[in-house]
Design a protein around this ligand. Structure first.
Ligand code: GKR
Ligand code: MG
Length: 432
């Protein structure tokens, strides 16, 4: 089987005005759907980051990918990682405004370009041998993968989503109740770094009060806090973040997180810290471990270099005595299935994975058959070869039309804040 064509479909999907320390989400998130056509008649698919940067990365490997045998993935990885990103893509390797948003960092591009091709190749391999992707990469350790309720503070909009405005503890508990009623999630993540830390502390406490200790809690301010504030929040939420919860990227840098860890341990507070900002590739892991800055690594097939790298990360984390969880950005069902197959084949994954999926809608879904179902907060591995999901070409065409109509080609949450909330808003770290 040889690849005969690489088709790239840039799409835009509607996204609510979610808040984070980066700012506010724009009305549309950008994604790219990848199709690999082969001489066997099979087509492999994947979903990845959208906009000009990721598209340029994928275009730059077109000649390398066409004619390739989809089974020869190690060779492709070697070739893509042999050259620096800017040499491959003809773009300068400078850091963008959204630097520190995983997947938006130009320095991550090799990994994410490779991942998008790898996942489509694994879909092809699965289809060729008649097996689900998780079984092609060594076999599943679970048939279903659990996800967490990913709560955001957000603005309300006329005609907006069912969650309305969420800018305090009470409305956040309501948002969580709605999401759990709809999807059955059993773990909860709050995106923090938006409101005063005392409001976010009271939100976590209100969630604990409402759902009880059977629902582990995590909070992720994306580095919005100083070391001092991180220690204070860790101290105040010691009880609530125990029992399967964690503190995610409270402050910037591994050194900062190491200091938070030291100071909390000195108070006999063992709250683990997780990261998808300070640790985004294998080279970050040794330092994170030796400083004891991070106890839980957040994987994500989209920027760690695909499903097999996530599986390797799972083994590495196991050897180093670190935990493993999974990060997410705005995405549709093809990404959700890639995440599910990756998680199903990771023995050391002990936490419910993050997913933005509840924030996207059926109107934008490009998976044939519509939205991927969650049962009790979990997604089952379909009894089908490959990723187990096909493309709905009408929906894909609608996504492409939306993309063609919108004026922006990269994520800029700061610009959205300036447009709608505060004309002088800047991302300042630490904010508190
Ligand atoms: O979508 O605003 C967002 C998130 O903050 C996202 O950009 C992060 O990458 O969800 C992510 C995280 O866990 O840090
Ligand atoms: Mg995070």
């Amino acid at each position: 089987m040889l690849i005969t064509d690489l088709l790239l479909h840039p799409i835009a999907i509607s996204d609510p005005p979610l808040r984070s320390s980066y700012g506010r989400h724009a009305p549309f998130a950008l994604r790219t759907i990848v199709e690999l056509k082969t001489d066997s008649g099979l087509t492999g698919i994947s979903e990845t980051y959208g906009g000009d940067g990721p598209l340029a990365g994928l275009e730059s490997v077109r000649r390398r990918v066409i004619g390739m045998d989809p089974f020869r993935l190690a060779e492709l990885y070697r070739d893509l990682t042999a050259e620096p990103a800017h040499a491959l893509e003809g773009v300068p390797g400078e850091r963008t405004q959204t630097y520190l948003v995983p997947g938006e960092n130009p320095l991550d591009r090799h990994a994410r370009t490779f991942a998008a091709i790898e996942i489509a190749c694994l879909d092809l391999i699965g289809k060729a041998v008649g097996k689900p992707v998780c079984d092609v990469i060594g076999g599943r350790v679970r048939d279903e993968v659990s996800f967490s309720a990913y709560l955001f503070y957000k603005h309300g909009m006329p005609g907006g989503d069912e969650y309305g405005e969420v800018l305090d503890a009470k409305s956040c508990v309501r948002e969580c109740r709605q999401m759990i009623a709809k999807y059955g999630f059993r773990e909860i993540k709050l995106k923090g770094g938006v409101l005063d830390p005392d409001v976010e502390i009271s939100t976590i406490r209100a969630l604990r009060e409402e759902f009880g200790p059977a629902f582990p809690l995590r909070i992720d301010p994306n580095c919005a806090w100083s070391v001092e504030t991180s220690v204070r929040v860790g101290r105040e939420l010691r009880e609530e973040l125990s029992g399967g919860g964690y503190l995610e990227d409270p402050c910037a840098t591994l050194e900062g997180m190491a200091e938070v860890r030291r100071r909390l341990l000195a108070e006999d507070n063992h709250t683990p810290q997780a990261s998808n900002v300070a640790v985004t590739c294998f080279a970050d892991v040794p330092k994170a471990k030796s400083l004891d800055a991070v106890q839980i690594v957040l994987s994500d097939p989209h920027y760690w270099g695909g499903l097999r790298n996530v599986q390797q990360l799972s083994y590495l984390a196991g050897v180093l005595g670190m935990g493993l969880s999974m990060h997410s950005n705005s995405h549709l069902g093809i990404s959700l299935m890639a995440m599910t197959h990756a998680a199903a084949a990771c023995p050391n994954l002990a936490y419910a994975c993050d997913t933005h999926y509840p924030w996207q809608t059926a109107a934008d879904e490009v998976a044939a058959g519509g939205r991927i179902p969650f049962v009790n907060g979990s997604v089952r591995i379909p009894d089908k070869p490959g990723l187990g999901v096909d493309l709905d070409y009408d929906q894909l065409a609608r996504g492409r039309e939306r993309y063609a109509k919108i004026p922006y080609r990269k994520r800029d949450d700061e610009a959205e804040m300036r447009k709608h909330v505060d004309p002088n808003w800047r991302r300042v770290l630490p904010r508190w």
